[in-house]
Design a binder for this molecule. Structure first.
Ligand code: NAI
Length: 327
């Protein structure tokens, strides 16, 4: 099958070329949007990533160009107008799990870096500054961690934090009995916010969770809480988090995702004048650490994304039951 790949980087090509034996892939660096959708002409499928905005207008244009399948090389599908895909008879597939360990471990990397300030120590020591001033951290052992969303990634994250000797509290719309048996305690959100030293978000973005971290929820949190978001940027209302940092209610902020990330992340903008005031304000805080959506970025995850995406296309092409269908 001829597939147009959007928003591709060198590593996408490397991993897809390694595992593709059957399909004709055309790689585009451009994101998928109303201007670029015509690049898909003549392709039966397109492959898109997290920041490709697949709106109703894009879907209608894809259909007009003969596209029948949207193969997402991501787990989240909040960037696709699912109702429009259904109405236009376009099948959407995704990669529901490629490495929950990759994302959970990255959340832990953010916690450890923010806490022990290894990013600052690295620069200091390289410049001959061996002082420990202002590098004080805290023991993770004995601290309380609140986990919002205990699906595939949240579960792995819970286990890692238990390994540090943390008390793990969780909130999910469905409690996981097996996780409870390991000592994770499900509580109402308010109790978690009041008790947690660290809060980590592992739920999907949807209408219920959009701006889940807002003025009200921040007000419930412990003074000096560490907030970690490796899920989706819009779970967090950025201006209120900036206020929370200014009042020191939020003591540490670790983000791998950002609501307006599509104009920034995955690109080298080091010579550009960045116009996004919120991200520039966030970057000005000494207790904020931002990575550009790299939670998924491990060898294992990239291999799994390529293999599963190609298997999804194979299943669609051969008329088999599509395991990873969204709609
Ligand atoms: P999952 O579907 O296995 O788990 C999500 C969990 O959130 C489920 O247990 C679900 O019941 C729960 N949930 C749904 N609504 C909720 C609500 N209102 N409050 C609390 N919990 C709720 O998903 P998985 O694989 O664990 O991924 C979680 C999120 O991580 C994804 O939605 C995606 O946004 C993000 N992600 C980020 C990556 C990165 O590179 N930073 C890579 C992959 C995923």
């Amino acid at each position: 099958m001829k597939i147009a790949f959007f928003s591709t980087k060198i590593y996408d090509r490397e991993f897809f070329d390694r595992y593709n034996t059957a399909h004709e892939i055309i790689y585009f660096e451009a994101p998928l949007n109303e201007q670029t959708v015509k690049l898909a002409k003549g392709c039966k499928a397109i492959c898109a990533f997290v920041n490709d905005k697949i709106t109703a207008a894009v879907i209608v244009a894809l259909k007009d160009n003969g596209v029948e399948l949207i193969a997402l090389r991501s787990a989240g599908f909040n960037n696709v107008d699912i109702a429009a895909a259904k109405a236009n008879g376009i099948v959407v597939v995704r990669v529901p799990a490629y490495s929950p360990h990759a994302v959970a471990e990255h959340a832990v990397a953010l916690i450890l870096t923010l806490n022990r300030k290894t990013h600052k120590a690295y620069n200091r020591v390289r410049e001959g500054n061996f002082s420990l001033d202002r590098l004080t951290g805290f023991d993770l052992y004995g601290k309380t961690v609140g986990v919002i969303g205990t699906g595939k990634i949240g579960q792995v994250f819970c286990a890692i934090m238990q390994g540090f000797g943390c008390k793990v509290l969780a909130f999910d719309v469905i409690a996981n009995k097996q996780l409870e048996s390991t000592g994770v305690q499900y509580l109402p959100l308010i109790d978690i916010f009041q008790a947690a030293d660290i809060i980590s978000l592992h739920c999907p973005l949807n209408e219920q969770t959009r701006h889940f971290i807002n003025k009200q929820t921040i007000a419930m949190m412990k003074e000096g809480v560490m907030l970690i978001n490796t899920s989706r940027g819009a779970l967090v209302d950025t201006p209120t988090v900036i206020d929370g940092l200014k009042t020191r209610r939020i003591g540490y902020l670790g983000l791998d995702v950002y609501e307006q990330e599509e104009t920034l992340f995955f690109n080298d903008l080091s010579e550009n004048i960045i116009q996004d005031e919120d991200i520039m304000r966030l970057l000005s805080f000494p207790n904020v650490l931002i990575t550009s959506h790299q939670g998924f970025f491990t060898q294992e995850a990239l291999a799994e994304i390529a293999k599963t995406t190609l298997a999804n296309v194979d299943e669609f092409e051969t008329g088999k039951i599509i395991k990873n269908i969204v709609v």
